[in-house]
Ligand binder design. Structure first.
Ligand code: FMN
Length: 383
């Protein structure tokens, strides 16, 4: 007997059909594995250097952070946070700051959100004119501010309308870029477990001219809870004919990256939170794929250099107020890979200005504070 789950946008899968689809997906995936491990990703006309992508993470993956992660190596494509096309077109300072890019920040994906096809199309053309090598449409954001205006994850709920919207954006970008810039989409598996739409939506988007789809292997309802569903990502891989599918979710080690490629057959892996404490993670993932080895973790001094570089880039591109706010917030992430370092962390958190941040880094580097254990042999990358 078929048990039908909830309905979202008329797309639904019963338990039996889903299990069968999963088996087919697994088989299809296995045949693709040999072709995806260590293989640079091509998105439409854009050939990336690797198959590793840095995720859009609002409030984290700003220009400074992207430059730091890119500097470590391994990143094929990095993305801005989600951008409001209204804001870009109005020239709002906040949106322009978020869309900021610089030499060394290429190739860059610019991600837009919204549900108004005309505004999204204009915003996408703006992105092309301002340095985007790829334009991405956000179809996965679960945050109320975005879904209340029918953007982000709400686009999963009406696949027909979403497909038309994608067609419009693809047309605008083709015209603005003369076919140089592909349009991609970033989705979740569905709104909830009873409305898994990603496979069928990806197929429709492929038909609409979308050049790649990134799948965060969770539902909107899950937000960040539970484990990422690799089989669910594999179903999306199996559902499309030509375009690459990029897997995303919970990749915090090179081994998890290779597992995602192997289990799902996806053509690329996108890393978000894993890079906060290990900006060298994309490099290590690429290294494991291409050499079979993870490669050395940065030394204690190199890690402090990364923090200093991040801070310096924030000062340069966003000014003192922004740099101070963000270094105080982010230091606990960086510190996760520095060993015991509470006094250092506290010194950064309470630093009144850039001089004190620099002094704290110098003191830690030169043996200040008691927690010198951090300077011992680097911990394994797999924490
Ligand atoms: C604080 C936060 C902000 C995020 N902002 C965005 C965003 O702007 N656009 C987007 O597509 N996804 C966003 N995401 C989702 C991530 O891109 C990614 O899909 C998710 O974190 C799972 O990948 P990870 O486990 O590697 O972090 C955000 C996630 C977090 C935790």
């Amino acid at each position: 007997m078929l048990r039908w789950g909830g309905i979202v946008g008329g797309l639904e899968l019963c338990g039996t059909v889903r299990r069968r689809a999963r088996r087919c997906a697994a088989l299809a995936s296995r045949s693709r594995i040999a072709r995806v491990i260590g293989e640079p990703l091509t998105i439409g006309p854009v050939r990336l250097a690797t198959n590793m992508l840095l995720a859009p993470v609002a409030g984290y993956c700003d220009l400074a952070f992207r430059l730091v992660v890119r500097g470590c190596g391994g990143v094929g494509l990095a993305s801005t946070d989600l951008l409001s096309p209204h804001g870009l077109l109005r020239g709002s300072a906040k949106s322009l700051d978020l869309a900021q890019t610089a030499a060394g920040d290429a190739p860059l994906g610019m991600q837009l959100y919204g549900n108004d096809a005309a505004i999204l199309a204009d915003g996408a053309a703006w992105a092309v004119d301002h340095g985007a090598a790829v334009v991405d449409i956000n179809m996965g954001c679960p945050v109320d501010k975005v879904t209340k205006t029918n953007g982000g994850s709400m686009l999963l709920c009406d696949p027909q309308r979403t497909t038309r919207l994608a067609e419009r954006v693809v047309g605008a970008v083709e015209k603005a870029s003369l076919g140089r810039v592909p349009v991609t989409a970033k989705v979740r598996l569905g709104w909830d477990s009873r409305s898994i739409v990603a496979p069928r939506l990806a197929r429709r988007l492929e038909g609409a001219g979308i050049a790649a789809v990134t799948v965060h292997g969770r539902t909107t309802e899950q937000r960040f809870r539970g484990e990422v569903d690799l089989d669910g990502i594999g179903e999306v891989v199996a559902a499309v004919d030509r375009i690459p599918i990029i897997g995303n979710g919970d990749v915090t080690t090179p081994e998890a990256c290779v597992r995602m490629l192997r289990v799902t057959g996806c053509a690329g892996v996108m890393i978000g939170r894993g890079a906060f404490s290990a900006p060298w993670l994309p490099r290590a993932c690429w290294s494991l794929q291409t050499t079979g080895r993870v490669g050395p973790e940065p030394t204690f001094e190199e890690k402090l250099d990364l923090i200093m570089r991040y801070f310096g880039l924030m000062l340069e591109h966003r000014g003192e107020r922004y740099a101070m706010t963000h270094i105080r917030r982010r230091i606990s992430w960086f510190a996760k890979r520095l060993g015991p370092c509470k006094p250092f962390r506290e010194a950064i958190r309470t630093a009144p200005g850039p001089a004190e941040v620099r002094a704290a880094l110098a003191e830690f580097r030169h043996g200040g504070w008691a927690d010198r254990a951090a300077r011992g042999p680097a911990a394994a990358l797999v924490a």
